[in-house]
Unconditional design. Structure first.
Ligand code: DGT
Ligand code: MG
Length: 343
């Protein structure tokens, strides 16, 4: 009976948005390995392969216990041949030779360091590597022209690499919240991203801002940014705008700010402004996790979701939803709270 139990295959729903996935991960060794291969694929502009590894890792994260035997994986969704080979290697040998050689490769190490600079993507990093630049010192010595975001990213590299704690995120919410209140007293601000899913650290702090009156959010982003930038108010001597890398659109921006929380430190901050009519969709999308929501929703409904605000659109008309619960209900899905969306 015991033997039979140990090879009973696991079973999970096919889509990440149907799985309850807490922060508890019984298969961290396997998911770390697959995540590293995903990262390497993404840094090499092979997004398809990256997504495949991310989905495989998401399935393993949702399992109720550690995988000990390949036969337990029979019939699980999203586990392709490549991911299965990596898992098998680790179960049999303790490590995966592919993961180890990727980790040690000069190219991967250089891509990781260079794309770790705020404002540097994989294309720029790749160009620099082809020009012989593999680390920060070589970049500094190269005389490459850096834009403002990249200059700040290089200058504050060590701070940005440091995870942001929940306490820091909450302190920053207080600071940004005061800035929002002073440019638009009735506007509301919510901490989203990993912290809303219960994580205790993050690589950045994500905020979603809205206004209870439709239309009153227009122009809020530039006002907020110049207010933060000016930092003239006596309430706000503890923040300094370093730069923004405006790679999203007028409603969503990525920044580095210097905050004073016990000491000055640079923190990445994503600010997103959404009209109240789209707030629930923006909240769902910006809460994440990345693999958890958009794609399965697309596939399940045959409809699509705006990449920026995750508005749910059907035949050109927006579907109304005033809460995350309503969105799940619209899609015929059982509601899953944020702390169980850690796919
Ligand atoms: P972290 O910051 O490392 O703790 O992890 P998360 O889960 O907070 O991830 P993050 O900050 O990259 O993004 C949070 C969610 O926001 C993510 O699930 C998807 C969404 N998101 C992030 N960046 C973008 C973007 O550029 N466009 C859109 N549409 N969504 C984004
Ligand atoms: Mg985040």
């Amino acid at each position: 009976h015991f033997h039979k139990c140990s090879v009973t295959p696991f079973s999970v729903p096919g889509y990440a948005c149907q799985r309850r996935c807490t922060l508890e991960n019984h298969n961290a060794v396997l998911t770390d390995a697959l995540s590293l291969l995903a990262e390497n694929a993404e840094l090499s502009d092979e997004d398809g392969r990256g997504v495949a590894f991310r989905r495989a890792a998401a399935v393993l994260k949702a399992l109720p216990s550690a995988v000990t035997n390949m036969s337990q994986l029979t019939g699980l969704p999203c586990l392709g041949g490549h991911s299965l080979r990596v898992i098998k290697d680790i179960l049999e040998n303790g490590t995966s030779s592919e993961v180890e050689s990727t980790k040690e490769s000069e190219r991967f190490k250089a891509l990781k360091v260079l794309t770790g600079i705020f404002g540097v993507g994989s294309k720029t990093a790749d160009r620099w590597i082809r020009e012989g630049i593999h680390n920060l010192q070589q970049l500094r010595d190269s005389g490459q022209t850096l834009n403002r975001a990249q200059q700040a990213g290089l200058e504050h590299y060590d701070d940005i690499k440091q995870p942001v704690s929940l306490a820091e995120a909450e302190a920053i919410r207080g600071i940004v919240g005061r800035a929002v209140a002073s440019v638009s007293p009735e506007a509301q601000i919510v901490l989203t991203g990993g912290f809303r899913r219960g994580k205790l650290t993050g690589h950045d702090v994500d905020f979603l801002i809205t206004h209870p009156e439709e239309g009153s959010e227009v122009g809020l982003m530039p006002k907020l940014v110049s207010w933060l930038e000016s930092r003239v108010s006596c309430h706000l001597q503890n923040v300094l705008l370093i730069c923004d890398s405006s790679n999203l659109d007028k409603n969503a921006k990525k920044f580095i700010y210097l905050f004073f929380i016990l000491r000055w430190r640079a923190v990445r901050v994503d600010l997103v402004v959404s009209p109240i009519s789209q707030f629930a969709f923006a909240l769902l999308g910006w809460t994440g996790s990345k693999v958890g929501i958009p794609r399965p929703v697309r596939q399940q409904t045959g409809e699509w979701i705006n990449d920026l605000c995750f508005c749910h659109e059907r035949k050109g008309r927006y579907i109304r939803a005033s809460s995350e619960e309503e969105i799940f209900a619209h899609l015929g899905l059982e509601f899953i709270p944020p702390n169980e969306r850690n796919a």
